[in-house]
Design a protein around this ligand. Structure first.
Ligand code: FE
Ligand code: FE
Ligand code: ZN
Length: 280
C-alpha cells in the first residue's frame, strides 16, 4: 500500500487542507498546527475538525502528520523560548484530542551550545511534562540533518530521548529522507544497512511517517536543503527503493519539496504513484 501526500497550509482550516490534498491526488497530508515561524494559533474550530475527520475517513487517508512550529525549541537555553515550547506543545496536543489517532511531528530542538547531553535531557523533560498515559496522538521525533546544534541528527540521539520518556508508547519517529542523507546515512547505496542500523538502535516499529524529500547536497553535508524529487542528489532509483521498501509499507509519505505552487506537489504525487506501480 502506498500513501502519499504533501505539506499544505492550514490557514484556511484543516478540512480545506485535506480536500486540497485529495484534489492533488494525495491520500496523506501534513500541515502546521500554528504559524510556523511565529507560533500564533487560530481559535479552535470544532466544526472544521469534525469535517476534517469525516473527510479523512471517507477518503481513506493515512493519519495526519501535523507539524509543530519551527520556533518550538524544547532544549533552548533561553527560558522564554522554552516556556513557549511547553505551552505550544501542550496546547497543540490538547487540540489534537479532537482528531484522535493522528501524529504530531516536531524537531527535537537545537541545544545552542549547551551540548547534546543537556539538549537531550531538556527534550525528555518536555515530553515527560506534556505527554499523558491515555492520550490519542502519537508524537513523532523527526530525524534531523544535524545542522548547527540540532539534536536528532543521529539515530543514537533519538534513542536516548525515547529511553527517557515515561509514556514512550506515545512516541514514534518521522523519517526524513533529506535529513537522514544529509546526516550521513547512505540511503542511496545501502538503504537496507541504514534501516538495519535504525532497527538495532531505535527499532523500526517506531517509524510512523516518512518525509519524502530529495537533497540539494551530498551525503553528510548537514545542510538541510530540500530538493524536488527528480532534482537532488538522490537518484530516482533510490527514491523508488524507498517508496517500495516493505519497512515503509502503508506509512504516510509526505512531500516537503520546494514548489513554485502547490500544483507542483500534484505533479510529484502522480509521478511517484507511477514509480511505485512500475515496481509492484
Ligand atoms: Fe520538519
Ligand atoms: Fe521534514
Ligand atoms: Zn528539512
Amino acid at each position: 500500500m502506498f500513501k502519499i501526500g504533501c505539506h499544505l497550509s492550514s490557514a484556511g482550516g484543516y478540512a480545506p487542507a485535506a480536500k486540497q490534498a485529495f484534489e492533488l491526488g494525495g491520500d496523506a497530508l501534513a500541515l502546521f498546527t500554528r504559524n510556523p515561524r511565529g507560533g500564533s494559533v487560530k481559535p479552535l474550530d470544532l466544526i472544521d475538525l469534525a469535517a476534517f475527520s469525516a473527510f479523512m475517513a471517507e477518503k481513506n487517508f493515512a493519519p495526519l502528520v501535523a507539524h509543530a512550529p519551527y520556533t518550538l525549541n524544547p532544549c533552548a537555553a533561553k527560558d522564554n523560548v522554552r516556556e513557549f515550547a511547553f505551552l505550544a506543545f501542550r496546547e497543540d496536543l490538547q487540540r489534537m484530542e479532537h482528531i484522535p489517532g493522528n501524529y504530531y511531528n516536531f524537531h527535537p530542538g537545537s541545544h545552542v551550545g549547551q551540548g547534546y547531553d543537556v539538549g537531550i535531557e531538556k527534550i525528555i523533560d518536555l515530553l515527560n511534562t506534556v505527554l499523558w498515559a491515555d492520550m490519542h496522538t502519537t508524537v513523532l521525533l523527526e530525524t534531523m540533518a544535524g545542522k548547527g546544534s540540532e539534536v536528532g541528527g543521529t539515530f543514537e540521539q533519538l534513542k536516548s530521548i525515547i529511553d527517557g520518556v515515561e509514556h514512550s508508547d506515545h512516541v514514534g519517529v518521522c523519517f526524513d529522507t533529506c535529513h537522514v542523507w544529509d546526516g550521513g546515512y547512505d540511503i542511496v547505496n545501502d538503504l537496507d544497512g541504514v534501516l538495519t542500523h535504525f532497527d538495532n538502535v531505535v527499532g523500526l516499529k517506531r517509524i510512523k511517517a516518512v518525509h519524502l524529500n530529495n537533497s540539494m547536497n551530498d551525503i553528510g553535508s548537514r545542510k538541510d536543503r530540500h530538493a524536488k524529487i527528480v532534482e537532488g542528489k538522490l537518484p530516482v532509483e533510490a527514491i523508488r527503493c524507498i517508496i517500495t521498501h516493505p519497512v515503509f509499507d502503508g506509512l504516510p509519505f509526505i512531500l516537503e519539496t520546494p514548489q513554485e505552487t502547490d500544483a507542483g506537489y500534484g505533479v510529484e504525487i502522480a509521478y511517484l504513484r507511477s514509480l511505485y506501480e512500475e515496481k509492484s
